[in-house]
Design a binder for this molecule. Structure first.
Ligand SMILES: [Zn+2]
Ligand SMILES: [Zn+2]
Length: 187
């Protein structure tokens, strides 16, 4: 087993205790060493094979859901069957359109599609894409800020002393020009 979140390992440990099993008897039930169980519960998931982890999940009745989700995401990126969308965290990137609210600059990020060929990088500037809120890990929404923790997705890159409204306006015009060039096929 190569990728299993640490919180799942804790769930296994709790479930084992709840069932009144010690590590040795559990190890016998699933056919591995007690030390492997101990390391597994400590988060060293690579010590056990997928098969043993599956047995553990059955014996202890701990679902492997969240790990399956992580795995599915990893597989979809490598196999290229399902695209994962993220946003570019670079304030200078034309995929992020600035606007002003209450005297502050915010950016509405456009979604970049991560593909195995393009990598999980921004199609515009090559920056690594963020797939979740960088502050709290919440799922992305279509706005400028995380709906859970309120953190703006993109940090403003305002030139020193520049008026926010003038910056946003100039930047939107630049982005418009960049898009026109891109659509015209001019490199
Ligand atoms: Zn970018
Ligand atoms: Zn957040």
């Amino acid at each position: 087993m190569t990728n299993l979140p640490a919180d799942i390992c804790l769930k296994f440990k709790e479930a084992r205790k709840a069932k009144g099993l010690n590590q040795s008897s559990l190890a016998q039930m699933v056919g591995c060493k007690q030390s492997a169980i101990s390391m597994f519960e400590g988060g060293m998931v690579t010590k056990l094979s997928d098969e043993t982890v599956k047995k553990l999940s059955e014996v202890l009745e701990v679902p492997l859901e969240s790990s399956a989700e992580t795995k599915k995401e990893a597989i979809s990126i490598s196999a290229g069957t399902v695209a994962v969308s993220g946003y570019c965290p670079n304030g200078d990137c034309p995929s992020n359109v600035p606007y002003v609210v209450g005297g502050r600059v915010f950016y509405r990020p456009s979604r970049n599609i991560a593909s195995p060929t393009g990598g999980i990088r921004c199609a515009c500037c090559g920056e690594f894409l963020e797939m979740r809120c960088p502050a709290c890990g919440a799922v992305l929404n279509d706005g400028a800020c995380c709906a859970v923790c309120g953190t703006p997705y993109v940090t403003p890159v305002l030139p020193d002393g520049m008026d926010v409204a003038a910056y946003a306006e100039r930047r939107r015009e630049e982005i418009r020009q960049i898009k026109l060039l891109a659509e015209g096929g001019i490199p």
